[in-house]
Design a protein around this ligand. Sequence first.
Ligand code: ADP
Length: 446
Amino acid sequence: MFEKILIANRGDIALRIHRACHEMGIKTVAVHSTADANSMNVRLADESVCIGPPPSNESYLNIPAIISAATITGADAIHPGVGFLSENPDFAEIVEDHGFTFIGPKSEHIRIMGNKIEAKKAALSLGIPCIPGSDGAITSIEDAMIVADKIGFPVLIKASAGGGGRGMQLARTPQDLSKAINLAQSEAQAAFGSSAVYLEKYLDNPRHIEIQIVGDQFGNVIHLGERDCSLQRRHQKILEETPSPALNEKMRLLAGQIAADSMRKFGYESLGTIEFLYENGEFFFIEMNTRLQVEHPITEMVTGIDLVRKQIQISAGFPMDLLQEDIVFNGHSIECRINAEDPINFRPSPGRVIDYHAPGGLGVRIDSALYAGYEIPPYYDSLVAKLVVHGKNRNECLLRLSRALDEFVIGNIETTIPLHQKLLISPEFLDGKYNINWLEKEFLAS
Ligand code: ADP
């Protein structure tokens, strides 16, 4: 097993990894920007190294500084966390070339899945159902029109290098197509440095359902059920739950099996998430995330499996100690993403947290690096806490979530807690009747 792991991330996810390491008897190295010198992660780590100024590209994305920090502290492995360098195949290669273990999948798998066109090709070849669309990148408006006519409008133009819900353009009619392609191409070029875009059928009101998988270095792959992430704003997840209120046992097993069987064929190791859109009883692949996921705690709550611990064990070369039939799904879990944002206009609201009181009690978990007196820096993602609850069924979970939200105090900072409180009295949400458009088009618009 590793003796020392460098955590190349910040905030709640760095703390989450730190906690798994310490429970495993592994020492931790925190790397941080000057803006994060007083973070909880730095305080709790065994060692810390400042790797640069606040902007991410000079610190958390600064590969030479991270490798130097691993060298001077004598770390054995680097955990990239979520975001930042976690899905950068060059980083994974550089880490390994310098003699450290990258805690994640093989770089070749990160590379394939990081390019959505390649990912879709791989998914099709592995037997995963995909949304009908162009075979690869759009090369001309004429060819795109032929495909769009064949599959039918509306169609979505998506950036191959897209991420974070950016780089998508909708064409409802043939007249919209060339404008949508041009816009998507220039947006993709500006945001991702590649103008490659592809076309797929736009699904009107699907749900976003993803499957967590775990694979080891010996060809064993299992799935840990689904997460329903359909509550989104600007294609960004707001609240996630498992099990999905939209799936019956048969559909749940089907999606899990598709994900695990395909990843076994792929030779995938480490944690991964296969994301599907689900409409009219059918699953369609949209992308795969080759890393730990923000919403992983809800899977941990219903399976009792520490995913970060598993991920570290797998990267250290231990075989999987679980069979698919060992996995028992127990009760219901929901995660609310609490962002430091105005709950009405979603403007970021960084600043000093004057009071802090986290809810507690049976079935309540908080993953957060906040504390009273902490200054939320303006440079990074606005997610500041994950409130995760578990109950023996959905109803108990909802009641628990409601009282936990009422207890949560993050003083003097605008957060999205009131948005979640409002959601919890919405009949559609309480009935589980929502899709990827509902929050933005109906709930927030009303
Ligand atoms: P990103 O990597 O930017 O998150 P995804 O491909 O995962 O992009 O899609 C993000 C979200 O965009 C999905 O959860 C869904 O809400 C929406 N979306 C993506 N593809 C389609 C589609 N073909 N039809 C309808 N909505 C889509």
